[in-house]
Write a protein that binds this ligand. Structure first.
Ligand code: WTA
Length: 572
């Protein structure tokens, strides 16, 4: 296949010379950018907000633009310092202490950002939850982490099964007319009267800071723990890859319920001291182009599904908007098709830069840089200072152009430090001697560009969101009509993959379309809308191993009309 190479962009970029930097770079030098290098006092929330608020030249710069259908607000760095201090005071007054797990479960809005950074200022470990999660998804995460508190809205409170969570003793409720009682705090009223000064809890750089639950192919979602030290790489990658400068207006479209929405929706841009845009509400092409125009966004980080949806809205719509300040576009989460890159060049007159990383890696690992050529379809090259390789199943590095496990040399600054309560799972990532094995397969060409091939396990990436088939199958099995369920990702031109479920019914149930819809709604209400299968197919029986494990690869082969491969372990 012929590779299309796009020449470097013109401009004055933070990473001017990739090769030189990669040769000479030392992570220890990055620490010197932070005041804790001198004071020894660490807290990522301080470096994110307060140090800019304390700088007379920066304190009045807009840190956050927020808007949705009903609100339109802006906050300077000084405002953000005060509001996060207030949130920290509300939490501390309610007894939240260093190391406590505090979950944030609410739609995007300024209060989400105050609460999240406020909790970090207290020294708590924050657990962001996507607002679309339903009761089952919320419960398993709070249970596993033994969460002590949750910040949520009056509307979402129904989905928090308070009585089934013995460790959960404080609810911070965002809403109108919240009546306070034991363990229930009216967050907004308290916030408005709280002191705007706060003594930050200084922590160790290796202390826990954020817990993102993410899906694997087996078991319940796992809690990926990052520590304050994650800032080193979030900061440096925001400089090199996002190419952020202090006068940039940056928009990361991801929700903070996912790692992209915290590492690059909160920490990266503010560590650098840029202006951050947050847009609430749902996606529409008009709304998104309007947001880029309204805030004069200069750097934009989004995902292939969103680009494909914009693409399908046609090339006329975009002409109604003035997007001239936009100078740099990036993508993450799923394969970025060369076709989308070409569309980007046509309508924005800019390249779309693909990037690769994972919840577990904490920050960007592989990327395309504005000063480097892009090979359309490749995720780019390793971040300077990090060794990425393709290894075989024994941990041997493979030569160029050979497909294998995409792996990272252990010890990069933003590496996860634990899987909550599950040391065995954590260790399983590092079984190949010094390598972190990502679960993705890829190859690297002779120029160091990495080409994504697929997931090695059965994890589904739908519209950029990572869904574990096991969690969906477990929910399906709770439906009264379902006997067996197997879930796969089915290729989809817009969403990358959609979730397809194969279901065997219990005797006495008719395989009707109404029942399909009922099952779909059941998963949607029990887990989350994005986890509900878009397609359900009834089968009398599902392929299983002799030990009773559903063989998802056989389901996938059926679906895609591929050879089923070795069936020796399948039951009769
Ligand atoms: C996938 C998201 C192809 C990959 C930051 C990875 C990608 C998983 C890309 C992590 C890309 C991420 N091209 N696939 N550029 N970026 N992925 O933890 O399978 O939600 O392992 O982190 O997304 O998903 P996660």
């Amino acid at each position: 296949m012929k590779v299309q190479t796009l020449p470097p962009q013109n401009g004055n970029f933070n990473l001017a010379n990739y090769e030189e930097t990669a040769k000479n770079f030392n992570w220890a030098d990055v620490e010197k950018e932070f005041s804790w290098h001198q004071t020894g006092k660490v807290n990522i929330a301080y470096e994110t907000i307060d140090r800019h608020a304390e700088n007379p030249k920066k304190k009045d710069q807009i840190a956050l633009y927020y808007s949705d259908a009903n609100r339109d607000e802006q906050y300077t760095y000084e405002d953000m310092k005060k509001m996060t201090n207030k949130a920290a005071n509300v939490m501390k007054d309610a007894g939240i202490q260093k190391g406590d797990r505090v979950f944030i479960f609410m739609p995007r809005g300024p209060e989400l950002y105050f609460a999240l950074l406020g909790a970090v200022k207290v020294g708590a470990i924050v657990g962001p939850l996507f607002e679309a999660f339903m009761e089952g998804a919320v419960k398993s995460r709070l249970e596993d982490s033994e969460a002590k508190a949750i910040v949520t809205t009056s509307e979402l409170l129904d989905r928090v099964p308070v009585n089934e969570l013995p460790h959960l003793d404080t609810l911070f409720i965002v809403g109108d007319n919240v009546s306070e009682e034991e363990g229930k705090v009216d967050f907004l009223t308290r916030l408005s009267s709280a002191d705007e000064n706060f003594d930050i809890e200084w922590v160790d750089r290796e202390d826990g800071m954020i817990l993102h639950y993410t899906s694997g192919s087996t078991g319940k979602p796992k809690g990926v723990l990052h520590v304050h030290n994650v800032m080193i790489q979030q900061y440096q990658s925001a400089k090199w890859v996002l190419d952020l400068k202090e006068d940039d207006v940056f928009w990361c479209t991801a929700d903070p319920g996912w790692v992209t929405g915290t590492s690059y929706g909160i920490f990266g841009p503010w560590l650098v001291g840029a202006t951050n845009v947050v847009r609430g509400g749902r996606f529409s092409p008009q709304d998104w182009y309007g947001t880029l125009e309204k805030y004069k966004v200069s750097v934009w980080y989004s995902a292939p599904t969103a680009f494909r949806m914009l693409m399908s809205a046609g090339d006329e719509l975009i002409k109604e908007y003035d997007l001239s300040p936009l100078r740099h576009i990036l993508s993450v989460g799923e394969p970025l098709n060369p076709e989308v890159v070409r569309w980007g060049e046509k309508v924005f007159n800019l390249r779309i830069h693909d990037t690769w990383w994972m919840t577990e890696t904490g920050a960007l690992i592989v990327a395309n840089y504005p000063s480097e050529p892009i090979k359309a379809g490749s995720m780019g090259k390793a971040l300077p200072g990090i060794k990425v390789a393709i290894v075989d199943d024994q941990g041997n590095e493979l030569p160029p152009n050979r497909m294998g496990n995409l792996a990272i040399e252990k010890g990069w600054p933003s590496m996860m430090r634990a899987i909550w309560n599950n040391e065995e799972k954590y260790n399983s990532y590092f079984e190949l001697d010094g390598w972190y094995v990502s679960g993705d397969s890829a190859y690297m060409d002779e120029d160091g560009y990495v080409w994504f091939q697929g997931r090695i396990d059965d994890v589904i990436m739908t519209a950029g969101e990572r869904v574990g088939p096991f969690e969906v199958e477990s929910k399906l099995l709770e439906h009264p009509a379902v006997a067996e369920a197997g879930v796969i990702g089915k290729p989809d031109p817009v969403r990358g993959e959609i979730i397809k479920a194969f279901v065997a019914l219990l005797e006495g149930n008719e395989p009707t379309d109404d029942l399909k819809e009922d099952i779909r709604q059941f998963v949607k209400k029990g887990l989350a809308a994005h986890a509900a299968p878009r397609e359900i197919e009834f089968r009398d029986k599902l392929p299983k191993t002799r030990s009773g494990k559903i063989m998802r690869r056989v389901l996938k082969a059926w679906e895609l009309d591929l050879p089923t491969g070795d069936l020796s372990t399948m039951e009769d």
